[in-house]
Design a protein around this ligand. Structure first.
Ligand SMILES: N[C@@H](CCC[C@H](N)C(=O)O)C(=O)O
Length: 269
C-alpha cells in the first residue's frame, strides 16, 4: 500500500505526519513507528504523528517517539498539525483534548491544565514535586510537572555546562519514574526569559520540546522565579509560554512543513 506523508518540524523537533482522517491506514505498532523514524533506514524523525478521526474532538493525534513508544503529548507537533489542518481545531490526544489555532506561520495551542500530584507525574512514591528530595550527579532538588506527558525539571546556573547526553538517559530510565520521564535542564535568564535543553523520553536530545517548555515555565512560575508569561529559548529557537488565571497553559511558536513524499507501507514493517 502506498502511503503519503508530510515531513514537518517545530524549531527543529521533526516529525513524519501520516493522515488517516479520511481513509484508514494499516494499524500502527511500535516496530513500524520505530522503522519509519529511523534516520538511516527509514524516513527519519524525532516523533511519528498519526492523525485519525475522533468521537470527542475534530480529530485525534497519536504520537510515537523515535523509539516507537506511543506517548500522550507533543507540543511542537501540536503546532505542526495546526499548520497542516489550516484552521482552529480541538484535537484529542491520550494526554487530553487540546485546542490549536494557526498563527503567523506557526500556531498557538491551549495545552490544558498542568498536574503536580506525585501519582499524576507519575513518580514511584509519594513526595513533594515542587522540590523533590532526589538528585543525580550534582543535579539536585528538581521539580516535576505533567502537561499531558511527564517532565522533571532542574534549574542550573548554565544549562550548556550540563552533559545532558550522558545524564539524560540515566534519569529518563531511573526506577523513580515508572513511565520514564522527559529531562529538562533550565537556566533562569531573567523574570521573562528561560534557557532550556531537553533530553526527551524515547527520542534523546532534540532541538526543541514544546511540552518541556510548558512544564519548565510552569514549574519556574510555581517557584516564583518568573512572571506568568515567559520566552523559553531552546537550541532550535524561542517559544512563548503563558499560564493563565484559569490554570491553562498556552504555547505559541513557529511550525514548518519541510516536504511531502510517499512510501510503500511494507518497506518499513
Ligand atoms: N517533542 C515533544 C515531546 C514528545 C514526547 C516526549 N518525548 C514524551 O515521551 O513524552 C514536544 O514538543 O513536546
Amino acid at each position: 500500500m502506498r502511503v503519503d506523508f508530510t515531513k514537518m518540524h517545530g524549531l527543529g523537533n521533526d516529525f513524519v505526519v501520516l493522515d488517516a482522517r479520511a481513509a484508514p491506514l494499516p494499524a500502527m505498532d511500535e516496530a513500524t513507528a520505530r522503522a519509519i523514524a529511523d534516520r538511516r533506514t527509514g524516513i527519519g524523525c524525532d516523533q511519528l504523528i498519526l492523525l485519525e478521526p475522533s468521537d470527542t474532538a475534530d480529530f485525534r493525534m497519536r504520537i510515537f517517539n523515535h523509539d516507537g513508544s506511543e506517548v500522550e503529548a507533543c507540543g511542537n507537533a501540536s503546532r505542526a498539525v495546526a499548520l497542516l489542518h489550516g484552521s482552529a481545531a480541538r484535537v484529542e490526544t491520550s494526554g487530553g483534548v487540546i485546542a490549536v489555532e494557526p498563527r503567523n506561520g506557526g500556531a498557538s495551542v491551549d495545552m490544558g491544565e498542568p498536574r503536580f500530584d506525585w501519582d499524576a507525574i507519575p513518580v514511584a512514591y509519594a513526595m513533594d514535586t515542587l522540590r523533590m528530595p532526589v538528585g543525580w550527579e550534582g543535579l539536585e532538588a528538581p521539580g516535576a510537572v505533567n502537561v499531558g506527558n511527564p517532565h522533571v525539571i532542574f534549574f542550573v546556573p548554565d544549562t550548556d555546562a550540563i552533559p545532558l547526553g550522558e545524564i539524560g538517559p540515566e534519569i529518563e530510565s531511573d526506577p523513580l519514574f515508572p513511565e520514564r520521564i522527559n529531562v529538562n535542564i533550565a537556566t533562569i535568564v531573567d523574570r521573562q526569559h528561560i534557557r532550556l535543553r531537553v533530553w526527551e523520553r524515547g527520542a534523546g536530545l532534540t532541538r526543541a520540546c514544546g511540552t518541556g517548555a510548558c512544564a519548565t515555565a510552569v514549574h519556574a512560575m510555581r517557584r516564583g522565579l518568573v512572571e506568568r508569561e515567559v520566552t523559553v529559548t531552546l537550541p532550535g529557537g524561542d517559544l512563548e509560554i503563558a499560564w493563565d488565571e484559569g490554570n491553562r497553559i498556552h504555547m505559541t511558536g513557529p511550525a514548518t512543513e519541510s516536504f511531502r513524499g510517499s512510501f510503500e507501507w511494507g518497506d518499513f514493517a
